[in-house]
Design a protein around this ligand. Structure first.
Ligand code: 4AD
Ligand code: MG
Length: 432
């Protein structure tokens, strides 16, 4: 019996005979030779089958194998600089688990609608697997970043009794004798957690019944939300900058191969270093009002095209702070220097990716906060527990929310965020 290994670890076995278990990605044949591109989830490797090295019936069976046939291949690992991963397998035995004919996704171009309907199979493609690996690494690096800084992971519930980010985008679900909503953000709970444990983060799925059919919107997406007691807007901006730089550097050193598969220019990531440009809403407004392509109206929230204009001006993320209170959520703290503004920040990713982070200092004064809840027409009873945080040891505190798929989309250079989550949910799509 030879050692079973994975394509990723072939480098540890040069000159040895090993067994790989996987699926046929592609195949070409030339007389007495079959070249099998085998994938096993950890990578793709070329396996060379010489007619003289395997039994005649095996050589014959291999010539009928279609894409995604499952197999185990045994052979000698050879270092080969010209091979994509640097190695090749000289095959001495093949076990066919299932010979497949008619796999629906062929190497030719397919429309994205078709591919999305085949998402359960499309994930096997080189590009999609690479995106999933980058996503996994980003999530891992995020958790490491926060743990290294003594943040505690405190997950927020998915079923909630009230809105966090505006009532128009809530998914309502029956909850025994009453109604519940799928969470839009774990923030309110993260605030309670921060008063208990100091520095926390919540990381999980969030839901928005947004009718936006853009490349930046999902109805279910993952959000990471740090929250810190005794913190200000400045602290949050610093944390966001540190976090982004940390994760980008981590992906650059651990996902080289994936970035290559994605044809992502590493130079676009290597330039992500502090400090990030910062501008106020007022400064950003001036730029947009003077821009020939912008339809921005003074005092409004920025639209996606506005964010694109701002983000394309820089090679690194831009932080826009101090928006008008009327375009932002009820919980944001008023700017003591200008009552019409709030102490908030939106981080716009470079290359036109738009907002990847939204954050703020929170209103810690109970009377002001009650006024904001009333002004937004929210049910006061539902927020009594949240108001308790301002009754018992209220302190300045702040946090932000990072959309995982938008972050991954930017890092991996993927245009549409529906490819940045294993099984995307959008207004048009609930299957597979
Ligand atoms: O700006 P948002 O709505 O902020 C919050 O929810 C705050 N409660 C976060 C906090 O302060 N703890 O959302 C935060 C981020 C956005 O910047 C964006 O990256 C992502 O979540 N996001 C979406 N991602 C995909 N699809 C959607 N429909 C998204 N809506 C927001
Ligand atoms: Mg936002």
């Amino acid at each position: 019996m030879s050692t079973v290994t994975t394509i990723k670890r072939l480098g540890e076995h040069v000159g040895q005979t090993v067994t790989l278990r996987g699926w046929l990605y592609n195949k070409s044949s030339k007389g007495k030779l079959h070249f099998l591109q085998v994938r096993d989830g950890s990578g793709i490797v070329q396996c060379v089958v010489f007619q003289k090295n395997v039994p005649a019936e095996v050589f014959e069976a291999v010539s009928h194998l279609g894409q995604e046939s499952s197999l185990s291949v045994t052979g000698e690992v050879k270092a080969d600089e010209r091979a994509p991963g640097g190695y090749e397998l000289g095959v001495s035995a093949i076990e066919i688990h299932q010979s497949v004919d008619g796999y629906p996704i062929t190497p030719k171009e397919h429309g994205v609608d078709f591919l999305l309907s085949q998402r359960h199979l499309w994930l096997r493609s080189k590009k999609q697997s690479a995106i999933m690996r980058v996503r996994d690494r980003v999530a891992y690096a995020l958790r490491t970043f926060f743990h290294e800084r003594d943040f505690v992971c405190m997950d927020s519930p998915m079923f909630t009794p009230n809105a966090c980010e505006g009532t128009s985008e809530l998914f309502e679900v029956p909850y025994f004798e009453r109604k519940a909503y799928l969470t839009q953000s774990g923030q309110l709970y993260a605030e309670a957690s921060a008063m208990a444990l100091g520095k926390v983060y919540t990381f999980g799925p969030t839901f928005r019944a947004e009718k936006s059919k853009t490349r930046r919107h999902l109805t279910e997406f993952w959000m990471l939300e740090p929250e810190m007691a005794f913190a200000t807007l400045d602290d949050v901006c610093q944390l966001a900058e540190d976090m982004i730089c940390y994760v980008v550097r981590d992906v650059l050193s651990n996902c080289r191969r994936e970035l290559e598969d994605l044809e992502r220019d590493p130079a676009k990531l290597e330039c992500i270093v502090p400090p990030f440009p910062r501008l106020t809403y007022a400064e950003a407004s001036e730029i947009l009002l003077a821009h020939p392509d912008s339809e921005f109206v003074a005092g409004d929230d920025f639209g996606a095209p506005d964010e694109t204009i701002l983000s394309e001006m820089h090679d690194r993320p831009v932080m826009v702070t101090h928006y008008p209170k009327d375009v932002k959520a009820f919980y944001m703290k008023r700017d003591p220097a200008d009552d019409s503004k709030v102490l908030c920040v939106d981080v716009l990713g470079p290359e036109g990716v738009g907002e990847i982070i939204g954050g703020s200092q929170r209103e810690e004064d109970i009377e002001v906060l009650e006024g904001r809840i009333r002004h937004h027409g929210l049910p006061m009873e539902a927020f009594e527990w949240y108001l308790d945080l301002r009754r018992y040891g209220s302190v300045p505190h702040a946090g932000f929310g990072l959309g995982l798929e938008r972050f991954v989309g930017w890092i991996a250079g993927v245009e549409h965020i529906r490819e940045c989550i294993p099984f995307p949910r959008t207004i048009q799509r609930l299957e597979p």
